[in-house]
Design a protein around this ligand. Structure first.
Ligand code: HEM
Length: 141
């Protein structure tokens, strides 16, 4: 990721931060719509899960300017996900639901540059998490 892309991700995320709860709801609604088979992996009551997701995204987004600082936590998160039943092929599905949510949440703020920055950010993070959890040869850059 270029420094400009890091800035775009951080600025755009700060725009959805005030509507974090709503954004999390949109995200999971979308995820369960496009991938109903993963619904049963999550608790019935998603209240806490939504908070955890948005808090973790905030940490990751902040950490993009110092990637090595978040890699240990991202690795541990990825390994916990193996026990949750997450598979490598789920990551792109989650990524597209996330991008879709940001597009809805940002409206006019979802420019091609912002979209490209988020695509790169998610690709980097998920590539790293997959390689940590499943050993697929994909490196974070
Ligand atoms: C970059 C991608 C992802 C991020 C940032 C993320 C974030 C989180 C966080 C913060 C939690 C709370 C528990 C914990 O910290 O261990 C969690 C739980 C969970 N995630 Fe993810 N996740 C990601 C990808 C995925 C994928 C690809 C799946 C596959 C469907 C998935 C399914 C789950 C499930 C099933 C739980 C546990 C629910 C429970 O039993 O409480 N996540 N995730």
């Amino acid at each position: 990721m270029t420094p400009d892309q890091v800035k775009l991700v951080q600025q755009s995320f700060s725009q959805v931060a005030p509507i974090a709860e709503q954004a999390a709801t949109i995200f999971y609604d979308r995820l369960f719509e496009v991938a109903p088979q993963v619904r049963a992996m999550f608790p019935a009551d998603m209240t806490e899960q939504k908070k955890k997701l948005m808090a973790t995204l905030a940490v990751v987004v902040n950490g993009l300017s110092d990637l090595p600082s978040i890699l240990p936590a991202a690795s541990a998160l990825a390994k916990r996900h193996v026990a949750y039943g997450a598979r490598p092929e789920h990551y792109p599905v989650v990524g597209s639901a996330l991008l879709w949510t940001l597009e809805k949440g940002l409206g006019q703020g979802w420019t091609p540059d912002v979209a490209a920055a988020w695509t790169t950010a998610y690709g980097t993070l998920s590539g790293f998490m997959i390689s940590e959890a499943y050993g697929t040869p994909q490196a974070a850059e």
